[in-house]
Design a protein around this ligand. Structure first.
Ligand code: SAM
Length: 278
């Protein structure tokens, strides 16, 4: 079989400024109100307990990234109660331009349209396009339509294969220099997906200085010793798990929200037999 490159699109030079992220607070009064009351409004005037959401600090981080990078098109998987959606759309609004696409097939049946209602009450509906479909289908449709973006937030199905599927589909519409931000990046499945991406694709951790809800690791003496031996003796090291040999903190993977920057399009040979261990 002839080996074909996966991607023939030439890399686009990263245009965004990569240093000096200013940490803003999403100034929207509705965000303040919802986090204080812990209830989200529903269409028709009722409200529901806010039992699924990103922490306020993380919403502020998303808002700061949108303000800093000024993307014209942003995308999100997982709308739910709409907290992340409002923070991203509020950033676009403050920038004065941009459209946010949020994908969630369960917005009506599972969430009673709470997310869409929050965006509506925030006066940001003109910034939002909601696609009520599974992310792997919606993202493939967007690619077929020629869509591209420079900022993505992944907070949909958290299973390893679904996170990788979201990554794969988003990568195909993400400009080089763009960011993909993962929620719950401290969950083992999401963390492993991020490790796979860093080991195998042209991505780097963006803004490692921003750590949301970090739990510092506490390796035992014996773990430290075995790791040191594994590094000194490659044959022994090859028997150890890569995430033990090179722990998350050495890759600047901390906390529950990690942003990755795309450095280049994918130029791997599609017939490669192996991936890099992660
Ligand atoms: C943790 S919640 C998102 C929380 C939201 N970002 C917020 O800040 O309020 C996860 C969401 O992913 C959605 N979801 C689950 N599987 C999905 C899939 N395959 N495609 C798109 N969305 C999915 C769920 O309906 C749910 O709304």
């Amino acid at each position: 079989m002839t080996a074909v490159p996966l991607e023939t699109v030439p890399p686009i030079a990263p245009q965004a400024q990569t240093v000096g992220l200013r940490r803003d607070t999403c100034p929207h009064p509705l965000i303040e109100e919802v986090y204080a009351s812990r209830r989200v409004p529903l269409p028709g005037g009722a409200s529901a307990p806010m039992n699924v959401y990103i922490p306020r600090e993380q919403g502020d981080y998303l808002y700061s990234l949108v303000r800093h990078y000024r993307p014209s098109r942003t995308i999100e998987v997982g709308l739910a109660n709409g907290l992340s959606t409002v923070c991203i759309a509020a950033g676009l609004e403050a920038n004065g331009s941009g459209t946010h696409t949020a994908i969630d097939p369960f917005q009506e049946c599972d969430w009673g349209n709470a997310g869409l209602e929050l965006v509506h009450r925030a006066g940001l509906s003109h910034r939002l396009r909601h696609i009520a479909d599974y992310s792997h289908r919606a993202l493939a449709d967007l690619e077929r339509d020629g869509y591209s973006c420079t900022f993505a937030f992944v907070d949909g199905a958290h299973l390893f294969d679904y996170v990788i599927a979201d990554f794969l589909c988003i990568d195909r519409v993400l400009d080089a220099g763009g960011l993909i931000v993962f929620d719950d990046s401290d969950w083992p499945a999401v963390r492993q997906a991020i490790r796979y991406i860093l080991a195998n694709r042209a991505y780097e951790v963006a803004h490692p200085e921003v750590v949301i809800e970090s739990r510092p690791p506490t390796p035992t003496m014996s773990a430290r010793l075995i790791r040191r031996l594994g590094r000194a003796l490659p044959r022994f090291g090859s028997k150890l798990r890569p995430d033990f040999l090179r722990p998350d903190e050495e890759l600047a993977l901390h906390g529950r929200c990690i942003a990755l920057r795309k450095l280049d399009h994918d130029h791997r040979n599609s017939q490669s037999r192996c991936h890099e261990p992660f």
